[in-house]
Design a protein around this ligand. Structure first.
Ligand code: PMP
Ligand code: GLN
Length: 413
C-alpha cells in the first residue's frame, strides 16, 4: 500500500460500531441523535425526490447545489458580518468530514506542522498525517476546582505554551468550537489569543464549528473568522447533519476566502466531485426557513439547544448519582465523565499498554449494556495516559434512551 496510509488503519468508530452491533446496548457512544430531524427538513427532502423537476434526482453543480450555496452565503454573510460570494467562497462537501479532508489535502504539505488542541476529534491527526503533515499537540488543562461541578470552561490553554508551539513550519491551527468531546465553548478572549498568533505567524485556521448551534446556559458562540485579520486565513466548517439532527444525510460545507477555497475545490473535484442533490436541496430549504426565524422562539436553532440542555443536565445528574464526576459541557452533544472512582472495582490491566478507559468501555459494552467512548482516543500517543480516567457519553438521545442509561448507571453504585 501507499506510504501515506501507513499506520492509519485503526479507527475507533469502526471498532465501536462493530462491538455495539454484537451486543444489546444502550448506545451513548458514537455521536448521532436517536430522535428524528424536524418535520420541515424531512418534508423538503421528500418534496425534492418527488418534484416534477426531475433534475432533483440528477447531478447538480459539483461545488454545491445552487440553492444551497446561495443560502449558505446569505446565512453566513449575516453571521460573519460580511458579503460572502456563493460561488467561490462556499464549498459543499459530503459531510463536514470531507470539508476537513479537503482542507488538509489542499493546504498541508510534506513536513508542515499543524497545531491541534487536545482533546480533539480524532480524524484531525490522521488527516494531517495522510497529507504528510506533522501534528503538534497542546492539551487543554483542567484547573483545580472545589465545591462545585467542574465545567468545560475549567479546561484552559496555557497561553505561553500555545505561543511556543508556533514555528516557521506551522501551517495551520485546528480549532473545534464547540469542542468534541469536551464541550468547551471558547471565549472571545481565548479565540483572540489564537487569532493573534495566527496573524503574527501568518498561519491558517481550520475552524470546525459543526456544533455551532448547540451552546448552553446563554453562552455566546463566537466565530473566529469574525476576529480582526482572520477571515482571510480561516476556513469555517459546518454540518447539515449536526445542524438538523440528520447525520446520515452527510451534507457539509467549508466557508472561507476565495484564495484558499479554490484549492479545496481542486481536492473536491478530484475525489468526490459531487454531493447528493436532494439532500442538499433539503438542507437549503431548512436553512432558508431558519434564516427567516433566526433568534425567534419558533427557530429549531433555539428549540434544539433548549431540549439538549435539559438532556445534558439529566445525564449529568445520573452520572454523578452513580458516583462518577461529570464535566458539564457548555456546548456540543457530548459529556465527559471522570471515572477514577470505578478503578477500585476494575483491577488494573496486566497489559501495560492497555489504557483504563478502553478497558472500562469494553466492559461496559460487553457486560453492562451501555456504550460510551474512551476519551484517550481524542489524545495523541504522548498524552493519552494522562487522560485515561475519562469516558465520553452522547446525550443527543430520546428521554427513553436516557432513562435506560440511568437505570444501568444506578446499578453501578
Ligand atoms: N467535526 C466534528 C467535531 C464532529 O464531531 C463530526 C462528527 N459528526 C464531524 C466533524 C463530521 O461531521 P459530518 O457528519 O457532517 O461529516
Ligand atoms: N462526530 C461523531 C462522534 O464524535 C461521529 C464520529 C464519526 O462517525 N466518525 O461521535
Amino acid at each position: 500500500s501507499a506510504r501515506r496510509i501507513e499506520g492509519l488503519d485503526k479507527n475507533i468508530w469502526v471498532e465501536i460500531t462493530k462491538l455495539v452491533s454484537q451486543h444489546q446496548v444502550v448506545n451513548l457512544g458514537q455521536g448521532f441523535p436517536d430522535f428524528s430531524p424536524p418535520q420541515f427538513v424531512k418534508e423538503a427532502f421528500i418534496r425534492a425526490l418527488n418534484s416534477e423537476n426531475s433534475l432533483m434526482n440528477q447531478y447538480t453543480r459539483g461545488f454545491g447545489h445552487p440553492p444551497l450555496v446561495n443560502i449558505l452565503a446569505l446565512f453566513f454573510g449575516k453571521l460573519l458580518g460580511r458579503d460572502i460570494n456563493a460561488l467561490d467562497e462556499v464549498l459543499v462537501t459530503v459531510g463536514a468530514y470531507e470539508a476537513l479532508f479537503c482542507f488538509f489535502q489542499a493546504m498541508v504539505d510534506d513536513g508542515d506542522e499543524v497545531i491541534i488542541i487536545e482533546p480533539f476529534f480524532d480524524c484531525y491527526e490522521m488527516m494531517a498525517q495522510m497529507a504528510g503533515g506533522r501534528p503538534v499537540f497542546i492539551p487543554l488543562q483542567p484547573k483545580p476546582v472545589s465545591g462545585r461541578m467542574v465545567t468545560s470552561a475549567d479546561w484552559e490553554l496555557d497561553p505561553a505554551e500555545l505561543a511556543n508551539k508556533f514555528t516557521k513550519r506551522t501551517k495551520a491551527v485546528i480549532l473545534n468550537n464547540p469542542n468534541n468531546p469536551l464541550g468547551k465553548v471558547f471565549t472571545r478572549k481565548e479565540l483572540e489569543l489564537i487569532a493573534d498568533l495566527c496573524v503574527k505567524h501568518d498561519v491558517l485556521c481550520l475552524s470546525d464549528e459543526v456544533y455551532e448551534w448547540l451552546v448552553y446556559d446563554g453562552k455566546e458562540h463566537v466565530r473566529i473568522a469574525t476576529l480582526p485579520g482572520m477571515w482571510e486565513r480561516t476556513v469555517t466548517v459546518g454540518s447539515g447533519g449536526k445542524t438538523f439532527s440528520a447525520t446520515g444525510w452527510k451534507v457539509g460545507w467549508a466557508i472561507g476566502p476565495k484564495q484558499v477555497l479554490r484549492h479545496l475545490r481542486t481536492v473536491h473535484q478530484n475525489t468526490v466531485f459531487h454531493c447528493a442533490t436532494a439532500a442538499q436541496q433539503a438542507v437549503a430549504e431548512g436553512l432558508t426557513k431558519e434564516l427567516e426565524c433566526l433568534g425567534k422562539p419558533e427557530s429549531y436553532f433555539i428549540s434544539l439547544p433548549q431540549e439538549l440542555q435539559r438532556k445534558r443536565d439529566r445525564l449529568a445528574a445520573s452520572i454523578n448519582a452513580a458516583g462518577l464526576k461529570s464535566i458539564l459541557p457548555e456546548g456540543g452533544y457530548f459529556l465527559i465523565a471522570d471515572v477514577t472512582a470505578t478503578r477500585s472495582d476494575l483491577p488494573d490491566s496486566t497489559d501495560p499498554e492497555e489504557l483504563y478507559d478502553d478497558k472500562l468501555v469494553k466492559r461496559m459494552i460487553t457486560e453492562q449494556g451501555l456504550a460510551a467512548i474512551p476519551v484517550s482516543v481524542f489524545y495523541s500517543a504522548e498524552h493519552k495516559k494522562e487522560f485515561e480516567n475519562y469516558i465520553r457519553f452522547c446525550f443527543a438521545k430520546e428521554d427513553s434512551t436516557l432513562s435506560k442509561a440511568e437505570k444501568i448507571l444506578q446499578e453501578w453504585k
